[in-house]
Design a protein around this ligand. Structure first.
Ligand SMILES: [Cu+2]
Length: 112
């Protein structure tokens, strides 16, 4: 029964792309960073003031997080899914994954 429900749900998503995929599609075009293979890709991005950055977690079996070195933003530990943070102050914001602090570092440069 459980499997059948999942198939029905998948069917419903296909039938209503706007409902299931709309959120991600709406963010398309915004800056994106992928957490994968124990790294952030790209490790350094430049965005415009007011942009929302979307981090997508794609490391199978390994959770990561996004933690600003100045404490201004922090995600949960995530093995999949996304974390979105809007940048409304100009500057250079360094962040790490606190689970893998030596391998996983990134920077968001916010231009006014
Ligand atoms: Cu990590």
């Amino acid at each position: 029964m459980r499997q059948r429900s999942a198939i029905l749900l998948a069917g419903a998503c296909l039938a209503a792309m706007a409902a299931c995929g709309g959120g991600e599609k709406a963010k398309a075009g915004g800056p994106e960073v992928t957490a994968k293979d124990l790294s952030f890709k790209p490790a350094k991005i430049s965005v415009k003031l007011g942009d929302q950055v979307t981090w997508t977690f794609e490391d199978k079996g390994t959770s990561h997080n996004v933690t600003a070195e100045d404490g201004s933003f922090r995600s949960e530990n995530l093995a999949k899914g996304t974390f979105v943070h809007p940048f409304d102050k100009p500057g250079s914001f360094s962040y790490i994954c606190t689970i893998h602090p030596t391998q996983m570092k990134g920077t968001v440069d916010v231009r006014a």
